[in-house]
Design a protein around this ligand. Sequence first.
Ligand code: AMP
Ligand code: GLY
Length: 429
Amino acid sequence: MNILILGSGGREHAFSWKIAQSPQCDKLYIAPGNAGTAAIGENVNIGVNDFDAIGDFVKNNQVDLVIVGPEDPLVNGISDYFNADPTLSNIGLVGPSKAGAELEGSKDFSKKFMERHNVPTARSMTFTRETLEEGLNYVSSHPTPVVLKADGLAAGKGVIIAETHEHARETLKEMLVDAKFGEASSRVVIEQFLEGIELSVFVLTDGESYKILPEAKDYKRIGEQDKGLNTGGMGAVSPVVFAKGDFMEKVEERVVKPTVDGLKKDNIDYKGFIFIGLMNVGGDPYVIEYNVRMGDPETQVVLPRIKSDLVDLLKATAEGKLSTTDFEVDAEAATTVVMVAGGYPEAYEKGHPIEGIDTVSGATVFHAGTKLSESGEVVTNGGRVLAITGRGVSVAKALENSYNGIANISWQDVYHRRDIGQDILQLID
Ligand code: AMP
Ligand code: GLY
């Protein structure tokens, strides 16, 4: 079959890498892709939100299955677009409807969804510009730290954890009155701070049945010891030591089942990934957020741990046949460390030639922000540039392989964190 992946990051390179291993995959297209995906399949110069062009491409190239990488096209309704066109509605598409994508597209929607379906989450209230005064009073009576979240998509930057009431009040005003995150912060969710260790759980559902994929922990801050600005993600590890036995049973019973059942009860068409950001609070899971796609860089550790043919799982999801499909997980650990452009997540340069990718042997190099220059050289083309995935019998061994890979690669002003996975290693000891 012919498969089209939408997106251009490390996540999409990892999808391409895994899907290309399937005997079922004939032609593999990536729109728009990067220098890494160009080496595996065919990059197509179409933007992820250009639904007309995507639809035409799918029809003209006999694409059978579309995998939507990022959230944007999902929130904009790509699945509904396909369903509304009789010449596209029979094409398999992995990604929820616009209504389902609201789980990520609106924090207020997702909080109400969780309350309605009894999914454990932090207590919260939502405020708008009209209710600013109430919001300011609410903040004053709220224990610190106060968590403030822009309702809409804010490229991973819409969450502020205010240590003092004053900072929280200032932030609320900036978000609602000064439109700090544009339209995304026209509504703000204020919620209780949860103290614990984070974990990302990935679920694949066809709307009826579900599969829980290998879990991961990611590292969002730019600096070591989780200091500094938030990024898209600086690294990830899988497995996560406490994600087993009792705790995972609680996750399945209290979070995964009510989420999938809740979508059904609300008549929301959902065929795709649910990425559940959880906090382990003293052994009990609380949902911090839903995403309606796979994580980046979590995909770069989750997919390498799936032994089975991913196309079987994706096809079954799109066709509503997940209950009759199974998959096997590889016990080996996987870790990934992201190499970024100096300055990221603030201003950074692009276009620097990358040296040494071909000399890496014990790790897999997933491209994120790269492109081929006119002379055919791989150059930097984004903030997060590469993700280096290592495997091993333990997280420690996998990390060794990730970091050995990194030692071979260089470009001007490259930066990476040296402490990915260290907190997990301490939990294992
Ligand atoms: P999000 O954009 O929702 O993933 O939030 C970004 C980060 O903020 C999360 O990964 C958590 O580290 C943190 N966070 C969000 N909500 C809470 C909360 N209620 N309590 C503690 N930390 C939180
Ligand atoms: N790494 C976090 C995300 O993909 O949202």
